[in-house]
Design a protein around this ligand. Structure first.
Ligand code: NDP
Length: 327
């Protein structure tokens, strides 16, 4: 058995955490030989509900679950954390302005970022799931966490894109490599199949799928999949979001498969014309436990226009956050 890892999950009484916590405790992120200590962070009003989730975790008798602690104090919640899933966020109320949402979330993610910087392990890995995830991650990163340690989740968009292409092409998901989601986890995101290939044959999926299907069905469908699930299920896509969070952290820790990459939102280093510091989604490989942006991909005119549009969306959020004094 390895040394136990300490994992903090915020919004621990919420829907995503209700799936995520059990996957982590079962070893789905850190592997079958690494015990986990879970820290469940909640707002005071939801601590009792989080206590109930902790009781269920106890009852599941997971062999790898070393400890569960519930708290509403970020200093306690992030103490010694090796990994943090920031799931809890202020939901968008009916008719709420974007500036209001960003201000409310700044009040959550700013203090959490400072608590992580002050109390977590030096090499903590942070994944922001709570929306608006990219901009919330930029607020966390501004608390002074080392470069490369704060990411936001576009893996659900990435997985949704793989599933749509697999269904349309008949190529199994396991054989699809090099999907990319660029930009913001919002309606402007750009799921891009330009580099996508069938690992078994080397065939480019862009040669098989019609450009009309890609532009008129695939891209909008992936971007609006969350609303589609709410319409059909009557509740949000919490389990697939949790599954994507598991995938993201698993690959960060264990590495991405040879010849493949995944989509990760992280502070830009200026790659692909995305302004430095903007938390934007890129094609990334995980090498020796660190995310690296895949370099040197050719970007055509249509791709450029779509990347520029989602980057403009992120810049507008960044400008609001700056004007509110949150970064
Ligand atoms: P969920 O667990 O369903 O969602 C939490 C966050 O994840 C939301 O911001 C949601 O965004 C986002 N999200 C990202 N991807 C998805 C997806 N595919 N499907 C659904 N959501 C997605 O929310 P609940 O309301 O069930 O639970 C939130 C919990 O967070 C509550 O228990 C609350 O008390 C807690 N909370 C904790 C805080 C803290 O620890 N300091 C602060 C604020 C809240 P979107 O709203 O856009 O769907």
């Amino acid at each position: 058995m390895n040394t136990p890892v300490t994992v903090t999950v915020t919004g621990a009484a919420g829907q995503i955490a209700y799936s995520l916590l059990f996957r982590i405790a079962a070893g789905g992120v850190f592997g079958p030989t690494t015990p986990v200590r879970l820290r469940l962070l909640e707002i005071p009003a939801a601590v009792r509900a989080a206590d109930g989730v902790a009781m269920e975790l106890f009852d599941a008798a997971f062999p790898l679950l070393a400890d569960v602690e519930v708290t509403d104090d970020p200093a306690v919640g992030f103490d010694g954390a090796d990994a943090a899933f920031l799931v809890g966020a202020k939901p968008r109320g009916k008719g709420a302005e974007r500036a209001e949402l960003l201000a409310d979330n700044g009040g959550i993610f700013g203090p959490q970022g400072r608590a992580i910087a002050g109390h977590a392990a030096d090499d903590v890995r942070v994944l922001v799931v709570g929306n608006p995830a990219n901009t919330n991650a930029s607020i966390v990163a501004a608390a002074g966490l080392p470069a490369g340690h704060v990411t936001a989740m576009t893996r659900l968009d990435h997985n949704r894109a793989l599933a749509q292409v697999s269904a349309a092409s008949g190529v199994p998901v396991a054989r699809l490599q090099r999907m990319t989601v660029w930009g913001n986890h919002s309606a402007t995101q750009f799921p891009d199949i330009a580099e996508l290939r069938d690992a078994a044959t080397g065939e480019r999926l862009a040669d098989r799928l019609s450009p009309e299907w890609v532009a008129d069905e695939f891209i909008p469908r992936v971007a609006r999949r969350g609303s589609e699930i709410i319409d059909v299920r009557g509740a949000s896509s919490a389990a697939s979001a949790a599954s994507a969070a598991v995938d993201h952290m698993h690959d960060w820790v264990h590495g991405t498969p040879e010849g493949d990459w995944v989509s990760v939102a992280l502070p830009s280093d200026g790659s692909y014309g995305v302004p430095e510091g903007l938390v934007s989604s890129f094609p990334c490989c995980s090498v020796d436990g660190e995310w690296e942006i895949v370099r040197g991909l050719e970007i055509g005119a249509d791709q450029r226009a779509r990347i520029d549009a989602t980057v403009a969306d992120l810049q507008a959020e960044a400008a609001t956050v700056r004007s509110l004094g949150l970064v």
